[in-house]
Ligand binder design. Sequence first.
Ligand SMILES: CC(C)(COP(=O)(O)OP(=O)(O)OC[C@H]1O[C@@H](n2cnc3c(N)ncnc32)[C@H](O)[C@@H]1OP(=O)(O)O)[C@@H](O)C(=O)NCCC(=O)NCCS
Length: 380
Amino acid sequence: MEIRTLDPDGLDALHDLRARAFGPQSRQDWLPYARRAAGENQLLGVYDGSRLVASGSYHLFDQWWHGRAVPMGGVASVCVAPEDRGRGVGRRLAAALLELMDDRPLSALYPATAPVYRSVGYEHAGAQHLLTVRPEALRTLSAGSTEVRRAGPGDAAEVVALLRRLHADARDGGPIDRGERYFRGVLEDERVYSYIADDGFLAYGWRDGNAQLAVHRCVAGSAETARALWAVVGSGSSVAETLRACVAPHDPLLWLLRDRSTEDVHRVSWMLRVLDAPAAVAARGFPAGVSADVPLVIHDEQRPRNAGAWRLTVDGGEGRLERADEDRDALRLPARGLAALYAGIPMATLRRGGIAAGGNAADRLLDAAFATTPFMLDYF
Ligand SMILES: CC(C)(COP(=O)(O)OP(=O)(O)OC[C@H]1O[C@@H](n2cnc3c(N)ncnc32)[C@H](O)[C@@H]1OP(=O)(O)O)[C@@H](O)C(=O)NCCC(=O)NCCS
C-alpha cells in the first residue's frame, strides 16, 4: 500500500469512500471544499495499486492557548474502506498525517473512536460544550442600550479581528481561528443569523425545523453586550421550545442567568497532539506570575525530534523548551502525556491516568503554568 497526497482525479473515489464511512453527502456541497483541500495538498490517500483504500485531511487553523494563537492542523474526514478495516490502515494513515503537518506545532481532532489516534500520540484535551436551555431564560436578560446590528459578508474582517481580540483578552485555551474566508461563508449563509456589536458577535439559526434554536457562537467582551446578544436569541421563545448553544464551560452566560441548578450539557471530546514540542511551548501564552524550571524526558516514537531530555522554563508569560542532559529526577511523559499537560490537564490526573511518571516535585508549578479549561466553539 502507498500513502500519498490524493490524486487530483481521485475525488469520485473519495466521495464514494466517504459515503460508505459517514453516510451519503451531497456531491455539490462537498466538491468545492474537496477541490480546495486537494489543491493545497491537505488530502491524503492510501492506495492499493490504483484503488483508494483510505483517506484523511487536515485544515490549517490557529488554536488559542492562554490567549496566543498557535498554528494547528485540524485533522478530519479520516476513513478506511469497510472491507479494509481492522488491519492497521487507520493507524498508518494517522501517522502519515502527522508527517504532512510537519510545519505545525500542534494538531487536534474530534475522534469518532480514540484508540487509532492515541496510538500516534493524541490525547483527550478538551471538549465542545453544547448547553440546552429554555429560550425564555434568555429573553428576560435585560438588553439595556447596547447597540447590536445585523452582520453580513462585508463584516468578515471585522468579525475575525473582534474574535481574535476577545479570545486573547480572555486568555482562552482551545478555541480555533478559522480565518476570514470561513467567516465570509458563515456571514453569507442565509440560514445563519449573525449580529455584531462593538465587543461581541452572535451567530445562530434554527434546528429541527423551528422546534429548536441553535447558537453556533456568542462571544462578548462585556456583560452588557452578552445580555444584548443572548436576548436577541431569547426573543424567539414564543416559537422555539428549546435552545442549544455552543459555549465555553465557564461561559459568562452561566453567570448572567437568573437561575441555575441542574444543567443539560452535552460534551463532544477533542484530542490534541504536540507535533513540535519546542515550537508549541514557545508559541503559547503562560500566566505572567508563574516561574518554573523543570527537567523533562519525552518519549515520542512518531516524532523523534520531540524525544529525549529537555529543560522546560516558564517565566514572564513565556515558555521555552531546550535540550538538556538527562536528569534522574526528570518528569517522564509519553507524547500523550505531553499533549494532556499542554492542555492543562492536572498533573495528578496525568499520573493517575498512567501518562506521566517521575519527578513529581514540580507538579504544582506545572499545574499553575499550564492551567486552562480548554474548549472549542467549532466542530470540524
Ligand atoms: C475508525 C477507522 C478509521 C479505523 O480504521 P482501521 O484501519 O480499522 O483502524 P486500525 O486497524 O489501524 O486500528 C487502530 C486501532 O484502533 C482500534 N479501532 C479501530 N476501529 C475501531 C472502532 N470502530 N472502535 C474502537 N476501536 C477501534 C483498533 O482496535 C486498533 O487498536 P489496538 O491496536 O489497540 O487494537 C475506520 O474504522 C473507519 O473508517 N470508520 C468509519 C469512519 C470513522 O469513524 N472515521 C473516524 C473519524 S474521526
